[in-house]
Design a protein around this ligand. Structure first.
Ligand code: BES
Ligand code: ZN
Ligand code: ZN
Length: 502
């Protein structure tokens, strides 16, 4: 999608459709609606009187202008009740306007919202939200359907502003929105890719492409090098597959220092069959999404590199396939992790925490000052929070708060869960230092705490995205399938951290 900005009166700008916004119960942003209404001889007012346009949140009404003004259609986008409004509503209505129009074959759209619709919001934020909504909302994954293409929606989106003075702030916002949404869409593409086309080596290919595009340093290790490092927990998980594991390290340097300000670790099980503790076959196909954590940190570093904050970020992804081959690890095995801690394998299906154990250990050895790991870790997390909210765990309250508020800005809901030491005894083992399953009770918590054992005293946050990484029906600007959560949260986090780092 091409995004542009023009300082032209909306009624004079030729496009197939012009999108404008209205509140259900407020005059905010009314100026532009009145102007268009007048040019259409009061048509909008009449439709409102008849109750055909209510401006309810997310309501999209397409009006044909029959040559009275330059745009062929006016789209009224409902912003809902002013007291319930959040900036995220802009993303949602732009996404749904784009989808509605795309279905009608419209590909050239203009949008005009005035900043007074956001309380204290800037032109920059407004255009960022518009760009995010348009790009996220136009994503689709159809590459394996003969005759169809990915993201076959609106092609041109022009943001209209009142004067030339506003253009540069708007440009900044569009650039940011584009970087965020394209990065999320990259993760979504990877997540939707079937397991036979997204093997560990295929994830490496994507990471290399991201590194090439953004000039990032990349280092990829094969099994032998992982062995030298002692990454036995990762290797144990990968042994049952003939597609060998890979360990990727990407570096973004945004400031002159050797220090690593933030390490982003992603679980990347390219397919999780459960291994010898094999999963039931129903819905097993969804386990192609078990690399969503890895996809999201690769996505995040691409957005970070595009936005260039003054912070040093490292992305660490151990990609591995969990299959029950003849060399597969078995329940009862004891594995010595990179940290030296031994793990008793109770279930080979609790493989994510094993791979994270080594990668989080590695992040600590690199000297990362903060670590965030992202993982489709537990079914228990889905039971607790569903597809709507990501579970947040951490050993540093300030850092947890920062992540939650970065998520809030992104419209990616986050909710912190407890990690009381009392849960620890659930994953104590008689034969090793710990076992990889802590029982059914508090399953998301014991999994998080297991990973936390490898983070040491470094500020660390764990995001369980088992429910939010892939959704079973359309919601907001997301369509069924990969969501790209938490790419935008992680990018916001890096931008925020950059402001505090010296
Ligand atoms: N990848 C799964 C978790 C998962 C389940 C993600 C459903 C998304 C949707 C993970 O590897 C797993 O299998 N976890 C087990 C752990 C159990 C064996 C302790 C689970 O949650 O059932
Ligand atoms: Zn599993
Ligand atoms: Zn898994």
């Amino acid at each position: 999608m091409e995004l542009g900005i023009r300082a032209v009166k909306p009624r004079e700008f030729e496009a197939e459709a012009l999108v404008i916004g209205c509140y259900e119960n407020s005059d905010k942003g009314k100026g532009i609606v009145e102007e268009i209404d007048k040019s259409l001889s009061g048509l909008i007012s009449r439709l409102k009187e008849k109750g055909e346009i209510k401006c309810k949140s997310g309501e999209i009404t397409v009006i044909h202008t029959t040559g009275q003004i330059a745009p062929e259609r006016v789209v009224m986008a409902g912003l809902g009740k002013v007291e319930e409004f959040k900036p995220d509503v802009i993303r949602q209505v732009v996404a749904s306007a784009c989808r509605t129009l795309a279905k009608k074959g419209v590909s050239d759209v203009s949008v005009c919202f005035t900043p007074d619709i956001l309380d204290g919001g800037s032109n920059e934020l407004l255009s960022q939200l518009v760009a995010e909504g348009a790009i996220l909302g136009s994503w689709s994954f159809k590459k394996y359907v003969t005759g169809e293409k990915n993201g076959n929606g609106v092609k041109q989106l022009t943001v209209l502003v009142a004067s030339e003075d506003e253009v540069s702030a708007m440009q900044e916002g569009i650039h940011k929105g584009e970087a965020l949404a394209q990065a999320a869409n990259l993760a979504r593409d990877m997540i939707n890719e079937p397991g036979n086309f997204m093997r560990p080596e295929d994830m490496v290919a994507v990471a290399r492409e991201v590194a090439r595009t953004h000039n990032l340093e990349i280092n990829v290790m094969e099994e032998s090098q992982m062995q030298e490092l002692g990454m036995e927990a990762v290797l144990a998980v990968g042994r049952g597959s003939s597609n060998p594991p890979r360990f990727m390290i990407l570096r973004y340097q945004g400031r002159q220092s050797e220090e690593i300000d933030l390490a982003l670790v992603g679980k990347a099980v390219t397919f999780d069959s459960g291994g010898i503790s094999i999963k039931p076959s129903s819905n097993m196909e969804t386990m192609k999404m078990d690399m969503a954590g890895g996809a999201s940190v690769i996505g995040a570093i691409s957005a970070i590199a595009a936005l260039k904050p003054a912070i040093n970020v490292v992305v660490l992804v151990a990609a591995v396939e969990n299959l029950p081959g003849s060399k597969a690890q078995r329940p009862g095995d004891v594995v010595k992790s990179m940290s030296g801690k031994t793990i008793e394998v109770i279930s080979t299906d609790a493989e994510g925490r094993m791979t994270l154990a080594d990668v989080v250990t590695y992040a600590g050895k690199l000297g990362a000052r903060r670590i965030v790991d992202v993982a489709t870790l537990t079914g228990a997390c889905i039971i607790a929070l569903g597809e709507v909210t990501t579970a947040v765990f951490g050993n540093n309250q300030e850092f947890c708060n920062m992540v939650v508020s970065a998520g809030d800005e992104a419209g990616e809901y986050m909710w912190q869960m407890p990690m009381y030491p009392e849960y620890k005894e659930q994953y104590k083992s008689d034969v090793a230092d710990m076992k990889n399953v802590g029982g059914r009770d508090a399953g998301a918590i014991t999994a998080a705490m297991f990973v936390g054992e490898f983070a040491g005293d470094n500020p660390w946050v764990h995001l369980d995205i088992a429910g939010t990484a892939m959704i079973s029906k359309d919601r907001k600007y997301w369509t069924k399938g990969g969501t790209g959560i938490p790419v935008r949260t992680l990018t916001n986090l890096a931008l925020k951290l950059a402001e505090t780092i010296k």
